[in-house]
Every structure is written in C-alpha cells, then in structure tokens.
Design a protein. Structure first.
Lengths: 286, 218
C-alpha cells in the first residue's frame, strides 16, 4: 500500500508535476556572452596547440632527414674544396728527387723507381692542367718540367738554385732537414722559396705558401720531394767547395753519403763534385 | 517505481523550454550524439564542440546557479568545468553517456568550490534575503500576480533551504535528464540514496507549495 508521499514522488517522477513546472518557471540567468567567447576561444586554442604538435610530429622526420642530407652534402662539398688546393701543388712533384726521409735510407723514396712511376702518372695531369678559377693554373715552366722524363733531368732543373744557409738546411744534417721538412708550417714556406729559386712561381705554389693553408699529407709529400732536389744540389755544392778547398777526404766521404741518400740523382760526369777516378770509381752513367 | 522507469519517464520530460538542447528522437540517441560530437572535437572538429557547448551550457549553468548560489562563483566554476572538458578531449573515450561525464566534472568542481569557500552558509542567507527583496510588493501587483510571485518566491526559498545533497540531486534530476543511477554515480552515492534524497526534496518542495495554497497557509 502506497503512502501519499510515495504517490507525490511517483507523480513527480512522471514529469508532469507541479514541482517541475515551478522549477522551470524559476528565473535563471543566461550564460554571459563573454563567458561563451572565452570558453570557445579556449577550445579553439587547444585545437591549434594540438594541430601544431601534430604538424611538428608529421614534419619532424622529413625535416631531420633533409637537415642530415644538407649537413652531409656540406661536409662533402667542404672536404672537396679543401682537397683541391692540396692536389694542385703536386704539379711541381716531377721536379723533386727524394723526400727528406730518403736521406736516412728509408724505403719510401720518391727518387727511387716508385717516384718515377708517380711522375709518369702525374705527367698527363700536368700537361692538361686546368685553367679554371677553382683549379690554379700551372706555370709553363713547371708544366715543361713535368713533361720531361724527370730523373735524368732533375739535376738540370734544380741546379741553378742558389741557396742561403738560412733558407735551407745543411747537407751534412739530413736528420735536421727531415725534422724541419716534417713541420707542417715550414713545408709551404720552403716550397715557395725553392720555387722562387728555380724561377718558377705558380698560382698553386703561391697558394701552398700561404701559411694559413692547412698542409695536408699529400701536400707535405709533394713539398718534401720538391725540397729534396734543392737539398741534393746544395749537397753537391758543398762537395764542390770541399774539393776546391783541397779537402778531398771530406769531399769523398760526403760524396758517398750523398750517393747513399740520392742513389738515382743524376750528376754530370764532369761535375767537380765527383771523386777523381782513382779514389772512388763511380758509374759515369749515373 | 524502479530506476529504469524513472529514467524513461524523466528522459522525455527533462527538456525545459529555454534549453538549447536538441530535440532528438530519444535520450539515448542524444547521448550517443553527444559522445560522437566529443569524439569529433577530439579529432579536431571545433564546430562539434560548439554544438556540444550550445546544447549543455544552459543546464550546467542553471545547475551551478541552484547549487552554488553566487554569480561570481558560478561563472568561475562554469569556466573551470568547460576548461576541464576541453582539456580532457585528448583522452576522451565514450565509456559512459557524455551527460554523466559532464555532470561528474561539474559536481567535482562544485565540491571543490565548497571546500574552498568557507562562507557557504553566509552566502545562502544573503541570497535568500536578496531574493526576498526582489519579490514585488502586493501594492504594485494585482492579487493574482501577487499570489503567483509569492508562490515562486516560496518555492525558491524552499529549494534554497534544502540540504545541499538533496538540492543537488533534485537539480541534477531536473537539469541533466540522467537516471537516478547515474546521479548516484555522479554524486558518489548508491542509487537508493540518491532516490531517497530526491524523495525528501520533492516532499519538502511540495509542502512549501501546499502551505501557500488558500486555506492551508498559516
């Protein structure tokens, strides 16, 4: 049996009650329009933020890939442009005879048959030396020198080189020569000096002589070989002087040392540096 | 009457004339539609949120007005509720009706507000006094209008004087269109408790109206 209270609640729950009607008639404020704008703006901002994040997530991988590609290309390009000036100084390489290390009897001797092969290999490149802005032109003298079958004429090429003790190491100090030549900073300077002495100045040499240019391994090698010709000639000069002074023993000893260091270096048969036939038989063909 | 029938009956009748609620075929369809709108908003459709907001802003606002009784606080809490709805879009999953979700957020925000405000009782008293002043004097209105206005004032006062728990259940029942089961879940009580609160509230309001009727008033 239901009570009157239950009936009234049941009537209310059916939704037709007086209470519901009175409740709906109660005055109620509307939501302020400023509040509407604020909330809708907030909803819009939230979407924008999410869109930005999503767009970033979408573009991040391709962007990273593109950045990596640009980085890799720039590194490749940079390494390419750095290698260009280092290769260019190889042009005078044929005019060299031996690297400083050869003075100590090292197996790595440019003045040996290996050096001849290298010279033969470089010959066509030197002949067709590029004239573009990026690749320094090779002076005709250098080109001519390179074109020659080097070992036999190396002496002639390098013979007019006048030396000063300050510029070149003494021939009697091959170790000192080697250590000096090995110095990165000294190599380009020595090379430039030698080029001047030979009356040869090329753009490539000038570029190599710039101290700020980072000397690479190839450049050091080329410069060392080029320098060796000067050293050999300096050595011969000293021997000639000893002979002229009548110090034949010293001259002979130095001649043997010289031959050890430069076995393939061509010395004229009538060169005064040579020992007299009676004291030290030497192969005239050399 | 069981809770199911309460839901069915109330669902057809909970739409007040001023609401922007869309008159869909049924509450279930509307609830599904709300969930779909929220999903669309989650996926980046702002228009879906605008529609959702237009549907629910008035009932939620009235719920707060009846429960909090302070325009300043109502605006603050109203904004807080919708901010939470907006922020929850990323994780929203339609596990329940959108209405249940929305009014649970509203209930929690209201509770937070009550916890923050120590002057709830003061505000209640002040509001009732202010409202009493708004009632037109008998000299300015004809007898019928006086009677109607007084009846409304009495009803309002009776509503405001309801204990918070009963008032909230009553207002939720009127505004949200949810079942007592859902209301129980929102307010954190069993359905029977919610139903009991609703009965008490309805009984008190009915008494207030009965007292006003001619011959029954003191």
């Amino acid at each position: 049996m239901s009570t009157p209270e239950d009936n009234s609640v049941a009537e209310y729950e059916r939704g037709n009650s007086e209470i519901s009607q009175h409740y709906r008639e109660l005055r109620a404020d509307e939501v302020p329009s400023a509040m509407d704008e604020k909330i809708l703006g907030q909803a819009r901002d939230e979407l924008r933020k999410a869109n930005r994040a999503r767009r970033w997530r979408e573009w991040a991988p391709p962007f990273a890939l593109a950045a990596s590609a640009v980085l890799a290309l720039s590194i490749l390009f940079r390494s390419g442009t750095e290698r260009e000036p280092l290769i260019a100084p190889q042009a005078p390489q044929p005019a060299t005879t031996a690297p400083p290390s050869s003075m100590q009897g090292s197996s790595n001797q440019p003045a040996t048959p290996a050096a001849k092969e290298e010279l033969t290999r470089l010959e066509p490149r030197l002949k067709s030396a590029p004239q573009s802005v990026n690749e320094p032109a090779v002076h005709p003298k250098i080109a001519g020198a390179a074109a020659a079958p080097a070992p036999q004429q190396l002496g002639k090429l390098s013979s007019p080189a006048p030396e000063t003790p300050q510029q070149l190491p003494s021939a009697s100090e091959p170790a000192a020569v080697q250590s000096e030549v090995a110095e990165d900073e000294r190599v380009p300077v020595l090379t430039a000096n030698l080029a001047k002495q030979n009356g040869v100045a090329t753009d490539a040499m000038a570029q190599a002589a710039v101290p700020s240019a980072p000397p690479g391994r190839e450049f050091k090698k080329a410069a060392g070989e080029f320098d060796a010709a000067g050293v050999a000639e300096r050595w011969l000069q000293e021997i000639r002087k000893l002979r002229a002074d009548g110090r034949s023993e010293n001259a002979d000893r130095k001649w043997h040392e010289f031959r050890k260091a430069f076995p393939d270096y061509t010395v004229s048969p009538d060169d005064t540096a040579r020992p007299k036939p009676s004291s030290a038989p030497d192969d005239p063909s050399r | 009457m069981d809770s199911g029938s309460v839901t069915d009956i109330s669902s057809a009748l909970k739409r007040s004339a001023g609401d922007e609620l869309v008159a869909s075929g049924s509450d279930r369809a509307s609830a599904d539609d709300d969930a779909r709108l929220m999903m669309r908003y989650r996926d980046g459709d702002l228009a879906a949120f605008q529609l959702l907001y237009a549907r629910h802003k008035a009932p939620v606002y009235r719920y707060l007005q009846r429960t909090l009784r302070g325009s300043e606080a109502v605006n603050d809490v109203f904004q807080e509720i919708w901010s939470k709805i907006v922020a929850s879009r990323r994780n929203y999953e339609p596990k329940a009706q959108f209405n249940t979700f929305l009014y649970r957020v509203a209930h929690n925000c209201a509770v937070d507000h009550f916890r923050r405000s120590a002057r709830q009782r003061e505000a209640l008293t002040q509001d009732i006094e202010e409202f009493a002043e708004e009632i037109p004097s008998a000299r300015e209105l004809p007898d019928e209008a006086v009677s109607s206005a007084q009846l409304q004032a009495r009803f309002r006062r009776a509503l405001d004087e309801l204990p918070l728990e009963q008032r909230e259940v009553f207002v939720l029942y009127e505004e949200s269109g949810l079942s007592l089961d859902d209301i129980g879940r929102i307010t954190g009580v069993p359905m029977e408790t919610a139903k009991s609160r609703l009965r008490y509230a309805v009984g008190k309001l009915r008494n207030a109206l009965r007292l006003h009727q001619p011959g029954e008033s003191a």
